[in-house]
Design a protein around this ligand. Structure first.
Ligand SMILES: Cc1ncc(COP(=O)(O)O)c(C=O)c1O
Ligand SMILES: Nc1c(O)cccc1C(=O)C[C@H](N)C(=O)O
Length: 415
């Protein structure tokens, strides 16, 4: 069923078109696969769209690096690729100098490795601090590491429509805290935690901080080195468009690398993997945070997106993200608030990441109806429709069309 555009207030259509016309990044949209069967894609914060060039690049990889060079590619480039790509990611998206970022594993596994390593580097400290609104994998890993190492967990319970504040951190971290684990951008509300101030506060009591950057990397300007961040992880299939199951990244500040020993002591993190030596001796630098063979093939799309982000520039990407989110909130207030929809993301654009949470009791059914129409946001329990905004591939018209469909479905829901 297609939307009757005449039902959308004309001033909103004009505004969406004007915003698209004046968008300095608009031309990049054409670099992505945009199939006709998808009316609006607003889930790039879960799985980014593929770039068109990636299809060829994967074909070339199979024919050349893999097909022709075969096992020789490990020596020629693959052994270094997790670190070379990590350096590019650090430079382009994280504000991280070379030698501090590695691409490997899933976020879950990298989170486990860095959290365990950080806890083990903090002898005598008895607790981990984390929050109840974080993504399940983060909470589960905190519980698991605490159990393994006999630590307690101090849980912060932030406002679900907001996120963990500096004040809450100040009240909770102490000389007992080994590590504080937080998401920079909350996966439900999109609240942006005050990363520099929270990091400084944790350091004041001697604690380490591990930041989950899943919803920040590729869409927010980050300055990990300048902000004195200790450790960070993130996934590459959201705003970094690495594709399903693309590897995670881990960042460890250079000043900490020698002090940290991660728990999955595999041969690929060994100082001399091909010596096939008798016992584990961790490599110097970021290589020690690798465990088994890294997924080299799955790094091809990520490389393509990093190249594009480098051209577009993160300041421009963040600027468009802010405009897209402002527009989403304004349209939601005008078209959906009268039907009982509540915007459950920060009103302050400085504290809001690149998605907007819209809540209503019927959202589960509405999202199911939207997917049937080729309009694709996601649903997060108990009542949230999440509008994910990927600045390089999302247009303002796409957002307006999607929210007009939401209005139509809500207006016709039985309630
Ligand atoms: C905050 C956060 N952490 C971690 C993950 C995922 O971890 P993994 O890539 O291991 O599935 C996600 C999304 O899936 C997330 O939103
Ligand atoms: N990683 C995902 C997956 O493998 C399947 C479906 C969704 C996801 C997600 O990324 C969920 C996402 N992190 C979220 O913020 O809700």
């Amino acid at each position: 069923m297609s939307i009757n555009v005449r039902e959308i207030p004309a001033h909103l259509v004009d505004e969406a078109h004007a915003l698209d016309r004046s968008d300095p990044l608009a031309a990049h949209r054409d670099a992505f696969h945009l199939p006709d069967t998808v009316t609006a894609y607003l889930d790039g914060n879960s799985l980014g769209r593929p770039l068109k060039r990636t299809r060829d690049r994967i074909g070339d990889f199979v024919g050349e690096e893999w097909g022709e060079r075969l096992i020789r590619s490990w020596d020629e480039r693959w052994m270094e690729r997790p670190l070379v790509l990590g350096d590019q990611l650090g430079r382009v998206a994280l504000g991280a100098g070379a030698g501090q970022t590695v691409v490997a594993d899933s976020t879950t596994v990298m989170l486990y490795k860095l959290l365990r390593a950080a806890v083990d580097a903090s002898p005598g400290r008895t607790e981990i601090v984390a929050d109840t609104e974080n993504f399940p994998t983060d909470r589960f890993i905190v519980d698991a590491v605490a159990r393994e190492r006999g630590l307690t967990v101090q849980w912060i319970s932030p406002d679900p429509s907001g996120g963990v504040t500096l004040e809450e951190v100040r009240r909770t971290v102490s000389e007992q805290t080994a590590v504080l684990l937080l998401s920079h951008v909350a996966y439900k509300s999109a609240y942006i935690a005050d990363l520099p101030a929270i990091t400084a506060q944790a350091h004041r009591v001697g604690a380490l901080v591990l930041w989950d950057l899943c919803h920040s990397a590729g869409v927010l300007e980050l300055a990990l080195d300048a902000d004195d961040v200790d450790l960070a992880v993130g996934c590459s299939y959201k705003y970094l468009n690495g594709g399903p199951g693309a590897p995670a990244f881990g960042y460890v500040a250079a000043r900490l690398q020698d002090r940290l020993t991660q728990p999955i002591a595999g041969w690929m993190g060994h100082a001399d993997p091909f010596a096939m030596g008798g016992s584990y001796r961790p490599a110097q630098g970021m290589r020690r945070f690798i465990s088994g063979t890294p997924p080299i093939l799955a790094m091809v799309p990520l490389q393509d997106m990093l190249d594009l982000i480098e051209v577009a520039g993160l300041p421009a990407i963040r600027a468009k993200s802010v405009l897209l989110a402002d527009f989403t909130v304004a349209v939601a207030q005008e078209l959906l608030a009268p039907l009982g929809v509540v915007v459950a993301s920060p009103a302050d654009r400085e504290r809001r990441g690149s998605h907007v949470m819209l809540e209503h009791a019927d959202m589960r059914d509405v999202v199911a109806g939207l997917w049937q129409r080729g309009v694709i946001p996601d649903f997060r329990p108990p009542r949230g429709l999440r509008v994910g905004l990927s600045p390089l591939s999302t247009s303002f018209t796409e957002v307006l069309t999607a929210l007009a469909h939401v209005r139509e479905l809500l207006a016709h829901s039985p309630a």
